[in-house]
Design a protein around this ligand. Structure first.
Ligand code: FES
Length: 160
């Protein structure tokens, strides 16, 4: 499997930063970086990362099963994650998530037909002090209301 030169350089560096014999520690960051480039964690990618880290593909599958930020199906261009854990729940996170479902016309881990948005209900993102929190790709949005979310979605639609 071939990757961009930038990703190859990242992979090479990752394999040097862990102690000898601990290259399996690179599995998660490799998958995260590769997911951004490839679009999702494909079967081919699982096997490639396993080979590079000296583990069995099944061990990579186990990692994917544990970490919800790893996706085996392509996401939308803008992946909207709405937290519904306790701090966000108490400040309207669940209503926000329901509103997002209705506005986008999709459910948990689904993608809009145009491929622009995907939606995910997530666990705590560590932004509890600014609940309810939403993350779009790698950008955090704090104290989000339904109106703020609508504006955000409209702004993203304009960007395409
Ligand atoms: S509970 Fe939502 S960010 Fe922590």
């Amino acid at each position: 499997m071939t990757f961009s030169p930038a990703l190859e350089a990242r992979f090479a560096k990752l394999l040097t930063i862990y102690p000898e014999g601990r290259q399996r520690s690179a599995v998660v960051p490799m998958l995260m970086y590769a997911q951004d480039e490839v679009g999702c964690v494909t079967r081919e990618l699982v096997e490639e990362v396993a080979r590079r880290c000296g583990v069995q593909p099944m061990q990579v599958d186990e990692v994917i099963g544990y970490y919800s930020m790893l996706h085996t199906r392509p996401l939308g261009k803008y992946h909207i994650q709405v937290c519904t854990n306790i701090s966000c729940l108490l400040t309207g996170g669940e209503e926000l998530y329901e509103h997002a479902k209705k506005t986008l016309g999709i459910g948990h881990k689904e993608v809009t037909p145009d491929g622009l948005f995907s939606l995910e209900e997530v666990e705590c993102m560590g932004a509890c002090s600014w609940a309810p929190a939403v993350e779009v790709n790698y950008d955090f949005h704090h104290e989000v209301t339904c109106e703020k979310l609508d504006r955000l979605i409209e702004d993203l639609r304009k960007l395409k």
